[in-house]
Every structure is written in structure tokens, then in C-alpha cells.
Design a protein around this ligand. Structure first.
Ligand code: ATP
Length: 369
């Protein structure tokens, strides 16, 4: 059954931090809540954790009203970006904390707590650090202690709010993989908040993309990357870049070229947004009748080549990216005039109901009429 979040609203004055948010999470699922700063990610987590209450909407877990339960009875484990470890307690004492403060009736015996802490520290690969104080741990180690502490109470739901946000890039990458594996072995339903697209796409079973307090799209990393539902999703997830264009009679007119849109169903839609992703831009030697551009900069970064292109008729430089191997095929130098071919475009249009429709267009070079 899992968790059913339905029509949550959280208002601060006139401002809606959460606006009609609905979402189902299956048991054992790893869901990333992704969005820019201020999009409502933390507000959602705080409500699930019982640190805040919504103005409207409800949350059910296995059919039971979760919001009616006291925060301490929700079986929720929490880890935040800034390690909230107690500095005067050792690693083992920190992990044991949640069990030690239980009412005496449900407090496990000291020997049971000790065994449990040892087991958890083994799991987070910190067995040798039990007697250290947090000040003598690295950032990544502290976050693993925080995770062990959250897990000690055997939560049914794990809420992680930018847990790796304060760590350096390499540690983040390692911890992502580690957490993913860790989740596989534990299978606890997990909600992971991040503003980092790569982190969300790499780790999650499903991604919930938020924007201005609303859910913009929910999908698997592949769906959300390959079929962004809105211009925002396209920009934020797939680095989609706007191109000027209009649609008439199922034909896209863009930069002096006419492209037939197969399967375009929104009759009467004129206002469209056309997006191209950096990896869908192909370079060719200059040729008559095709789009001409100038290479503005070239950078070699981690196995790929990134370029800025100035395209006639487009104000902002376009970002393009290829693998080193593809780059070897077409090549180019700074300042060079080239022709550009878009392998794939996404066209977003809004019909009379205000709904956004998506059309992805692909065509080989030279057959664009
Ligand atoms: P970040 O990635 O920066 O943490 P977020 O997506 O987690 O952002 P929230 O912390 O949920 O965003 O905040 C959403 C919006 O609600 C923000 O504009 C924030 O300023 C506002 N907000 C959150 N808490 C309060 C509050 N207690 N009073 C007023 N406004 C608030």
C-alpha cells in the first residue's frame, strides 16, 4: 500500500510553499524529491516528519492517517544536511541516543542497545570508530553516523534532506553509490531531497520534480530525462535550451526552416516552446541552406567536449556537448564557422485547457522538409 500523499497545501501568508501536492510512494521505494531552491522540498519532508502541519490535504500510510500521529510515533528516521550529531557524545553514544531516550517500557536493555549499535556501525562501515567523537570524523563519516542514528529506531520511512549537500564532490559521488547499495540491502522506503539533478537521476527509482510548490513531473529517471513533460522539466533536468519557433498546421517554423511535426495533435496551438539538448546538436562543415553557427568556446571536461555556439537568430549562446569520440569525428576550432543540425527537438504547446503537450521530433540531416 505504501504512502499516499494527497492534495497537500502549506501556506506562509499569501505564499504557497506547497500547492496541491499529491504523490504515492510504494513500500521500499527510493524516491528523490528534486527541485531548485525554494521549490518546497523541505516543506514536504517536514510535514511527513511531523515537524510541521499542512493547511490542507492528508497523508495516509497503509490506509492510516499519518498526520494524526505524534511525530515520535510515525516511525520516521531523519537525516539533514548539517550533521546534527551531539559533539559531546561518541559515535556509539550518538547512534544509541534514539533508543536510550525511549520511555522505559519500550527501552531495550543496555546489552541489546549495545549489540544493535555495533551492528549498525558495521553496516555503515564505521565499526572501528565507535569510541571517536564527531569532531574527529570526516564529513562523510559524520553523515554515515547520522544515518546509523536515524536507522537505530528501525524507521518505516527514511527522510534524507540534502544529506550530502555539505560534502565535497568526490565524497558525494562515493556516498551516493554507497547509499544506493545500502538502500537495496535494507529496503526501507526512502525520500531523498536534493537540488542536484545528477544525484537524483543516479540514485532514485523515481524522481519527483518540484517547482514553486507544485509537482512538475513524476517519473523514472529515464522517463523524466527523455520525456520531460514541461519546459521547466526540460530545462532543469535535461538542460533543454529554448529556440525561437512557431507552429502552424503541424509544421514547426524555426530559424527559417520548416519541420513537419509527425503526430502533432494540438490543433490551434500557436504558442510553443522549442527546446534542444546540448547532446542533440550536431556540427557539420558549412553548407548552403542549413543553420549556420560559430564555435565560441571549447572545453574538454571529464570525457566530453563542451562548446558554446552562436547561432544566427538566437540571442543566447547555445551549449553543445559531445563525447570525445564523437568530437573526433566532426572536430572544430574556436571561432570556426560551422553548420548545425538538431537531431532531436522537443516542442511544448499549451492548448485551450492550458495543458502542455509534448512532441519530440527527430530527423536525419538534409530531410527536414
Ligand atoms: P532549499 O533547496 O533551498 O532548501 P526547498 O525546496 O527545500 O529549498 P522549502 O524550504 O520547502 O524549499 O521552502 C519553500 C518556500 O517556502 C521558500 O520560498 C521558503 O522561503 C518558504 N518558507 C519555508 N518555510 C517558511 C516559513 N517558516 N515561513 C515563511 N516562509 C517559509
Amino acid at each position: 500500500m505504501g504512502i499516499e500523499i494527497s492534495r497537500l497545501r502549506r501556506q506562509f501568508g499569501q505564499f504557497a510553499a506547497l500547492d496541491d501536492v499529491s504523490l504515492n510512494i510504494a513500500d521500499g521505494e527510493f524516491v528523490a524529491v528534486l527541485g531548485p531552491s525554494g521549490s518546497g522540498k523541505t516543506s514536504l519532508l517536514r510535514i511527513l516528519a511531523g515537524l510541521d502541519h499542512p493547511d490542507a490535504g492528508n497523508v495516509r500510510r497503509d490506509g492510516q492517517d499519518l498526520l494524526a500521529l505524534d511525530a515520535r510515533c510515525r516511525g520516521v528516521g531523519l537525516v539533514f544536511q548539517h550533521y546534527a550529531l551531539f559533539p559531546h557524545m561518541t559515535v556509539a553514544q550518538n547512534v544509541a541516543f534514539g533508543l536510550r531516550v525511549r520511555p522505559w517500557r519500550s527501552r531495550p536493555r543496555a546489552a541489546v542497545i549495545k549489540a544493535k549499535v555495533e551492528e549498525l556501525l558495521r553496516r555503515v562501515e564505521l565499526a572501528d570508530f565507535a569510541h571517536r567523537y564527531p569532531a574527529r570524523l570526516s564529513g562523510g563519516q559524520r553523515q554515515r553516523v547520522a544515518l546509523a542514528r536515524a536507522l537505530a529506531i528501525e524507521p518505516r520511512l527514511l527522510l534524507l534532506d540534502e544529506p550530502f549537500g555539505a560534502l565535497d564532490a568526490q565524497v558525494r559521488v562515493n556516498l551516493r553509490r554507497w547509499l544506493r547499495e545500502f538502500h537495496r540491502s535494507l529496503g526501507i522506503t526512502t525520500l531523498f531531497v536534493t537540488h542536484d539533478q545528477e544525484e537524483a537521476l543516479e540514485m532514485a527509482d523515481r524522481v519527483v520534480l518540484m517547482n514553486r510548490g507544485r509537482i512538475e513531473q513524476i517519473g523514472t529517471p529515464e522517463q523524466i530525462y527523455r520525456q520531460p513533460a514541461t519546459p521547466f522539466a526540460s530545462r532543469f533536468i535535461a538542460r533543454g535550451q529554448p529556440l525561437p519557433g512557431t507552429v502552424e498546421d503541424s509544421t514547426l517554423c524555426m530559424l527559417g526552416q520548416a519541420l513537419r511535426l509527425e503526430g502533432w495533435v494540438s490543433d490551434g496551438v500557436h504558442d510553443v516552446a522549442v527546446h534542444v539538448r546540448p547532446e542533440d546538436i550536431l556540427l557539420m562543415p558549412p553548407q548552403h541552406g542549413s543553420l549556420s553557427a560559430r564555435l565560441l568556446s571549447l572545453r574538454h571536461v571529464a570525457g566530453s567536449v563542451r562548446a558554446a555556439l552562436h547561432l544566427d537568430g538566437v540571442e543566447q549562446p547555445l551549449e553543445a556537448e559531445w563525447s570525445e569520440r564523437d568530437w573526433d569525428r566532426h572536430g572544430g576550432v574556436n571561432g570556426e564557422e560551422v553548420s548545425v543540425h538538431f537531431q532531436k527537438l522537443t516542442v511544448f504547446g499549451e492548448d485551450a485547457d492550458g495543458r502542455v503537450r509534448v512532441h519530440v521530433h527527430c530527423h536525419p540531416p538534409h530531410s527536414d522538409s
